[in-house]
Design a protein around this ligand. Structure first.
Ligand SMILES: NC(=O)c1ccc[n+]([C@@H]2O[C@H](COP(=O)([O-])OP(=O)(O)OC[C@H]3O[C@@H](n4cnc5c(N)ncnc54)[C@H](OP(=O)(O)O)[C@@H]3O)[C@@H](O)[C@H]2O)c1
Length: 311
């Protein structure tokens, strides 16, 4: 009997977790006035009021999938991508413009944002603007391995670059209406030993995005924090993890992550954790005492195999 009770309690806990980790944003959904309460527009409908998308990290993984899926759903969108490499995407008619930018360099951010501002004023002067802060990377090892410089660059790209870009584009978004998607991670919900700087940088992104979203209520702009778990991209390789460190059973595709993100945007959420397995991990990670979670996370992450980090 006690086992049955504890089993029920466990599932109740999990259920509450699923509800808790995805708070929707009543009153800030952008829902049409007469639409029924549970109205969620299709992904295509939800994107129609946008004319331009500014995305970081469209050269690979999740950022590339954002451009590919949104380009198919709304071919009229103008995309401005910021990354060091140009995105290799071949979709006929796609309005994709690349602005080369290393987000760890403030001068390059200033130049790219000014160029995008003038470009959009000419080619897409009206309609909502979607800013997707997606660029980011991690690094696996005992701090400060692989190099202190690498850790500091991570903070520059994952945090400073994201805050800088958002600050520079927010006046444009406020003037035209729009939304911001900030790509955080399930690493945001607990300390991540051996990826200490990465996890902490994503905790910043999550909390900053949620706070910004509240500040933006009533302005016609909102922010969504996306928290993917392991996703099959170049991320792990670049972070220095051996292939196979993360079980394929726990991994999602970048297309799945993007579709879930766009659904969350359409339904006016402030935060979305991708997939039920990640929801459970995020719930447990955020509810248990932090020192205990750090201990457990250290045991799990210590098993990952270190490979040379690629910058
Ligand atoms: N994959 C996962 O398991 C996972 C899980 C949770 C969260 N995330 C987050 O998802 C986001 C996208 O990562 P991903 O999985 O798609 O990895 P990815 O395939 O390695 O893509 C990372 C993107 O970030 C860009 N980037 C890295 N450093 C940059 C810099 N200095 N300046 C400008 N852009 C830079 C890269 O562009 P260039 O190299 O061309 O500059 C690339 O397009 C990241 O924020 C990551 O933290 C990933």
């Amino acid at each position: 009997m006690p086992e049955t009770i504890s089993s029920w309690l466990f599932w109740l806990f999990i259920f509450l977790g699923l509800v808790w980790v995805e708070p929707s944003q009543a009153g800030n959904t952008g829902r049409a006035k007469n639409a029924p309460l549970n109205f969620v527009p299709s992904l295509s409908e939800a994107l129609q009021s946008f004319s331009a998308v500014i995305v970081t990290g469209g050269s690979s993984g999740i950022g590339k999938s954002f451009i590919e899926l949104m380009g198919k759903l709304h071919p009229g969108l103008t995309f401005c991508n910021l990354s060091r490499r140009p995105p290799a995407i071949k979709i006929s008619g796609l309005k994709l413009n690349h602005f080369a930018c290393n987000l760890s360099r403030p001068a390059e951010i200033a130049a790219a944002t000014a160029a995008i501002g003038s470009f959009l004023a000419q080619v897409a002067p009206v309609g909502k603007v979607l800013l997707i802060n997606n660029s980011g990377f991690g690094g696996y090892g005992h701090f400060p391995e692989p190099q202190l410089e690498h850790q500091l660059e991570m903070i520059d790209v994952n945090i400073r670059g994201l805050v800088d870009l958002t600050g520079r584009f927010l006046p444009l978004l406020r003037a035209r209406g729009g939304a911001i998607i900030n790509v955080a991670s399930t690493a945001a919900f607990q300390p991540t030993p051996y990826m200490a700087t990465y996890g902490a940088s994503k905790a910043f992104v999550l909390h900053w995005s949620l706070a910004l979203n509240e500040e933006l209520r009533g302005t016609g702009v909102r922010a969504l924090a996306v928290c993917p778990g392991p996703t099959a991209t170049d991320f792990s390789k670049r972070a220095g993890l051996q292939l196979g460190s993360v079980s394929p059973a726990l991994s999602m595709t970048s297309e799945q992550v993007v579709e879930i993100s766009l659904r969350a945007l359409a339904s006016g959420r402030a935060q979305v954790v991708t997939g039920w397995k990640n929801k459970v991990t995020a719930f447990v990670g955020s509810k248990l005492p932090k020192p205990l979670v750090a201990r457990v996370a250290a045991k799990v992450l210590a098993r990952y195999q270190l490979k040379q980090v690629r910058k």
